[in-house]
Design a protein around this ligand. Structure first.
Ligand code: ATP
Length: 236
């Protein structure tokens, strides 16, 4: 049986008394891409933050490669091999590109992602290594945010709306970078408003509606339910 990189079972997350995630169960199969979709406020970021421990879960189970992590502190969850590329990139604008890459890097002997490898994958970052990250374009900052997460050598990447605010041509570059991660065998949980991009990259799709799972299935199953996608996501 295929291992799950991430498995949520009956997760409930609250902000104070506000119930944000309702009995959420979903899984990301190892080596695959799961697109997590839903309208604004559906609970996508809350799901990612519950997984990485930024937002404590009130009940339910979260397993990373079979190991329960829901009760751990965020730094301990990160050490299990999970990296979040946050919404809005959140690069350190006054640090150089190189400093952004090395400040939290984790590169054990024999690691797949080294600074050299990252510079091969993202030549623009190499060209701009000494520049302040704040001077990069939005697309370059997104690549930097992805590269920074890769340099922790994770087993699982969570990407929160990587295409947000980017021009269509740059969205293609982001798609190509994510596609490369998939071909490297990384497990990726991708939150996107750009349904087309998400469906092009993903193996499976989960759709949230007001903190509840409205759909979970393969991309083929999701696209066969065209009317349902339009109703849930407002896309054509
Ligand atoms: P978006 O696409 O707009 O980023 P989302 O699907 O990621 O939306 P969340 O940000 O997870 O949705 O929000 C889920 C619900 O939780 C929403 O009702 C939101 O208002 C609420 N919420 C999110 N963050 C907080 C917070 N810090 N305090 C209180 N409520 C919050």
């Amino acid at each position: 049986m295929a291992t799950d990189a991430i498995c949520l079972e009956g997760v409930n997350t609250f902000y104070g008394e506000s119930h944000a995630l309702h009995d959420l169960s979903l899984s990301l199969r190892a080596g695959s891409v799961l697109a997590l979709l839903g309208r604004n406020g559906a609970g996508k970021t809350t799901t990612l933050h519950s997984i990485v421990g930024f937002q404590p879960v009130r009940s339910g189970r979260i397993a990373l490669f079979g190991e329960e992590v829901a009760a751990l502190a965020p730094e301990d969850i990160a050490l299990k091999g999970i990296a979040l590329v946050p919404q809005g990139r959140r690069v350190f604008r006054s640090l150089s590109v190189r400093e952004n890459l090395t400040v939290a890097s984790r590169i054990p002997a024999g690691a797949r992602f080294t600074l050299e490898r990252i510079y091969d994958m993202f030549p623009r970052l190499k060209e701009r290594a000494k520049q302040n990250a704040g001077s990069l374009s939005g697309g370059e900052q997104q690549m930097l945010a992805i590269a920074r997460a890769l340099l922790t050598n994770p087993r699982v990447m969570l990407c929160d709306e990587p295409s947000e605010g980017l021009a269509p041509r740059v969205v293609e570059d982001v798609g190509a970078a994510l596609s490369q991660l998939k071909s490297e065998g990384l497990s990726v949980l991708l939150v996107e408003q750009n349904t087309r991009l998400a469906l092009a990259l993903a193996d499976h799709v989960a759709i949230l509606n007001t903190g509840r799972l409205a759909f979970f299935g393969t991309v083929a199953e999701a696209t066969a339910k065209d009317d349902f996608l339009v109703q849930q996501l407002g896309v054509h």
